[in-house]
Design a protein around this ligand. Structure first.
Ligand code: LLP
Length: 382
């Protein structure tokens, strides 16, 4: 993988995100191959990584964009995505953000509440336009993922509960400046078994039958994102199991004539192409534990501190043949600024270069300037 090509990495100022553009292109090619011949449309969830170079590469592959803020819509347009292939989701869209979507004629707003639907209609009417909308349904499916990234259960702030759905569908049909395009679902992220997606297909089929009986049809069903990646063995599994994932929908959905299925994939497209590269500032031995203290911290990659998630860590420059066990930590004044505990690494010294793998999704995009730190830089390799 590209890490081997980082032989001169010690020259670069750290920390920085290193992106393997060849892997990104291979991943996109697999996605496009798997959907070919099916009425499937993939939108890239820009929140996973909005780096302009990454966006422009993804845009070139022809897939669309899934956005969660007005600024993401503008960034996607700047990167060349076609607004007619954009969906905009989020529970708290402001009037200004809704205007950005309407002014740019995006394909649809994924609407999460009745008041939001009324406001989109009002703003569209004021501008003399029609706004495409999909209703985000909370299907009450537990995706068995981390509680911070489970979204499809009833106790969650996302989507419209099934027992209220009729009312919201009727409202969307009634409001004159809305064009109801379909139903939208997203059950969570980093889902590593296919069962939740099978359950989702069943739920979608039930709803299609139900609404067909009521004389309502949809041009599009949005099945959301959520396909997980292999954080433990990224080198062995650099590309997410797209074949199996799409097969579930090919087998499971009973689509109506002309109906399209949209997907909003974030992590599975970009996670494995990015690594956070950092240097060891100190190795500290406090007699109970050895700490590798990096120049990267939770401000550069928040996932371990926020979700207790584990990313594989490798020492790129150690000349040692033996290994040792370390807690790998950042320099930030927070006890949660820990990348890994009891991680086995090649014997590590001050100045060694460390790669934290699978950091392309929700890494750079969640970075911050806490402690007045600089945002991480990015570099691109082929
Ligand atoms: N669609 C909607 C409505 C979403 O909320 C999300 C992610 C996606 C699509 C893309 O899901 P993906 O394919 O990436 O799983 N920061 C967390 C993940 C938060 C996911 C938020 N929503 C993490 O680092 O694990």
């Amino acid at each position: 993988m590209h890490l081997k090509s980082l032989s001169n990495v010690a020259m670069h100022e750290t920390p920085f995100y290193s992106y393997d553009m060849a892997l990104l292109r291979r991943t996109l090619a697999v996605v496009n191959r798997e959907i070919e011949g099916y009425p499937f449309v993939v939108h890239y969830a820009v929140k996973a990584n909005g780096n302009p170079v990454i966006l422009s590469e993804i845009q070139k592959s022809g897939i669309g964009a899934d956005l969660v803020s007005g600024n993401e819509i503008l960034a996607a347009i700047k990167a060349g995505f076609n607004p007619g292939n954009m969906a905009y989701a989020g529970v708290g869209k402001t009037d200004r953000e809704i205007e950005i979507g309407i002014d740019n004629d995006i394909y649809c707003f994924n609407v999460e509440s009745e008041p939001e639907m009324e406001v989109i209609n009002e703003i569209a009417a004021r501008k003399g336009k029609m706004a495409g909308v999909a209703i985000r349904v909370n299907p009450n499916i537990d995706a068995h993922t981390h509680r911070y990234i489970t979204t499809g259960t009833s106790v969650n702030k996302f989507g419209i509960d099934l027992h209220m759905l009729d009312r919201v569908v009727d409202l969307a049909i009634k409001l004159p400046n809305l064009h109801l395009r379909g139903l939208h679902f997203h059950i969570g992220s980093q889902i590593t078994t296919l069962e939740p997606f099978r359950l989702l297909c069943e739920k979608i089929n039930q709803l299609l039958d139900y609404y067909e009986a009521r004389g309502i049809s949809f041009e599009m069903i949005d099945a959301g994102g959520g396909l997980g990646v292999d954080y433990e063995n990224p080198e062995a599994n650099p590309i997410a199991p797209f074949h199996d994932f799409f097969q579930v929908f090919k087998d499971g959905l009973k689509l109506r004539h002309g109906q399209k299925v949209h997907f909003e994939l974030g992590r599975s497209i970009v996670a494995q192409c990015g690594a956070l590269i950092s240097k060891v500032v100190f190795v500290k031995d406090n007699s109970v534990k050895k700490f590798v203290i990096l120049d990267a911290g939770m401000t550069d990659l928040l996932r371990p501190a926020l979700y207790d998630s584990h990313h594989k860590i490798v020492n790129l420059t150690s000349q040692a043949t033996e290994t040792d066990v370390y807690d790998v930590v950042g320099p930030i004044c927070e006890s949660s600024d820990v990348f890994a505990t009891d991680e086995r690494l090649l014997v590590t010294r001050r100045g060694d270069v460390i790669a934290i793998l699978s950091a392309g999704a929700y890494g750079e995009s969640m970075s911050s300037t806490y402690n007045m730190r600089s945002l991480p830089q990015s570099r691109f390799f082929d």
